[in-house]
Design a protein around this ligand. Structure first.
Ligand code: NAD
Length: 472
């Protein structure tokens, strides 16, 4: 039996980063992963690289260029004749990016002398896993430490069966070979909005059916309302408070039945349905019960703040454990576990994890929302700066959006920052660093910001916390 210091189960962002850090710290490391890529060969990178974060960003970028060209460039005096696009070229570009990046992880494994074992792993004990290779053969692998990083999978909607063609999950929606005329997205959450935006920009009529009455409840209410208004203007038909009853395949089209907020039932036909109603932890195939690994009532592997499970020497990280299902959260958990195995005291500040929704403009935030602070009866003050008052945003023709800073009423410490702006995915990092260093709104006020820049909106929002913005 081959034995390693560390065996990582899962090669998504959490698992492959954990493996790289373990190897850097001198541990003999192996990674088991069962993923098969589009080319039919084993692939590293998990959901994020193969069918998630990266390919969706590739298509968001391509579709945004087209949208800019038809709707926005005219205002800049740029005109086209015979503008066109073809979906297969976009998909091919996306696939090449995926291939380059997944091969990049292979390269990093070789560089760090990490052993890649393609196949499905089950826990035999807290120091042994059984790996079933793609040819069906099973081998036992020994480990001083095991890190479970098996990720998450899409949740289903009752009576809506994924068929991989007309009714798809997020992965299927990244592979349409033509633009569906009518597209229904079930779930107006992160994935629904991102993929709905891709196909809307390319010409689909998109209806998003959302079960909840509140739009993006995790997002600051003011930002969520501004975003809802803008997405409506962009033509995304978001119907809140709807309950999907069924999605049935007809001869060519899919018939979707749903109940609206008042109980009225509706039925309409569309070409494709994307199911994007959340994800569930992948903990059902690792023999948790047999190995005595504790799961919580929702199927997440139970861990403490340091990602230790109830079994000695067994850790779990990423989407399969509590906390947000975000690649960067999983990566940092991987680094933390590796460093703690090496005797370091690494911790994660779970209060300063950035979130991004890659719509146009982007939504990004870190820390608490006003709703959460009200619930906790914490006194706070806010400062808001609208992008309509930003010189840079005007020059970009991108004046929709706002930046909001929330600070403690007494101490002035920043408690949350919320953005709906171009490049919010990048700009939010100034807020994350500020919160990581326990900055106050005054600290941000005193930082010199480049002019003209969108980042000035964050400076102005910090000034607005004390009622002294300069440009509104
Ligand atoms: P989500 O939780 O963001 O949104 C799912 C939505 O579906 C919710 O609003 C929910 O109310 C709704 N819903 C649930 N059941 C429904 C039903 N039967 N009918 C209609 N609506 C229903 O989940 P997601 O968009 O599927 O994303 C999954 C996870 O992946 C999230 O946790 C997210 O953090 C992560 N993710 C992150 C990014 C990013 O960071 N940009 C991108 C994609 C996914």
């Amino acid at each position: 039996m081959k034995t390693f210091d560390v065996v990582v189960i899962g090669a998504g962002p959490a698992g492959y980063v954990a493996a790289i850090r373990c190897a850097q710290l001198g541990f003999a490391t192996a990674v088991v992963d069962k993923w098969i890529g589009k080319d039919g060969k084993p692939a590293l990178g998990g959901t994020c690289l193969n069918v998630g974060c990266i390919p969706s960003k590739a298509l968001l970028e391509s579709s945004e260029h087209y949208d800019q060209a038809i709707h926005k460039l005219e205002k800049h005096g740029v005109r086209f004749k015979n503008l066109s696009f073809d979906v297969p070229s976009m998909i091919e570009r996306k696939d090449k990016i995926v291939q380059t990046l997944t091969q990049g992880v292979q390269f990093l494994f070789k560089k760090n002398k990490i052993t890649w074992i393609p196949g499905a792993a089950r826990l035999e004990s807290n120091q042994q896993v059984a790996v079933t290779a793609h040819d069906g053969k099973t081998e036992l692998v020994g480990a001083k430490h095991i890190i479970i990083a098996t990720g998450s999978a899409p949740r289903d909607v009752p009576n809506v069966e994924i068929n991989g063609d007309t009714i798809v999950d997020a992965a299927g929606a990244l592979d349409f070979q033509s633009v569906p005329e009518n597209l229904v997205v079930i779930g107006a959450g992160v994935i629904g909005l991102e993929l709905g935006s891709v196909w809307k920009r390319l010409g689909s009529k998109v209806v998003l059916l959302e079960a909840m009455d509140t739009f993006l409840p995790a997002v600051d209410e003011q930002v969520a309302q501004a975003a809802l208004k803008e997405f409506d203007r962009q033509g995304l038909d978001i119907r809140l408070g709807t309950r999907v009853l069924s999605g049935k395949l007809g001869k060519k089209k899919v018939s979707v039945q749903y109940q609206d907020a008042n109980g009225g039932t509706h039925s309409f036909e569309c070409d494709k349905v994307i199911v994007a109603v959340g994800r569930k932890p992948c903990s059902d195939h690792i023999n948790a019960q047999g190995a005595g690994l504790l799961l919580d009532e929702r199927g997440y592997v139970h861990v403490d703040d340091f990602c230790r499970t109830n079994l000695p020497n067994v850790y779990a990280i990423g989407d399969v454990v509590r906390g947000p299902m975000l690649a960067h959260k999983g990566q940092e958990e991987g680094v933390m576990v590796a460093e703690r195995l090496a005797g370091e005291e690494t911790k994660i500040n779970y209060d300063a994890i950035p979130w991004v929704i890659y719509t146009s403009p982007e939504i990004a935030w870190v820390g608490k929302t006003e709703r959460q602070l009200k619930q906790a009866a914490r006194e706070y003050k806010t400062g808001v700066f609208p992008l309509s008052a930003s010189g840079r945003a005007k020059a970009m023709e991108a004046t929709v959006g706002l930046v909001k800073v929330i600070a403690d009423a007494k101490t002035d410490r920043i408690l949350g920052v919320h953005m709906f702006s171009p490049a919010a995915s990048e700009l939010i990092m100034e807020a994350v660093v500020s919160m990581e260093f326990a900055a106050s709104a005054e600290d941000l006020q005193r930082v010199v910001h480049a002019h003209p820049s969108i980042a000035e909106a964050l400076h102005e929002a910090a000034l607005a916390v004390d009622g002294r913005p300069l440009h509104i």
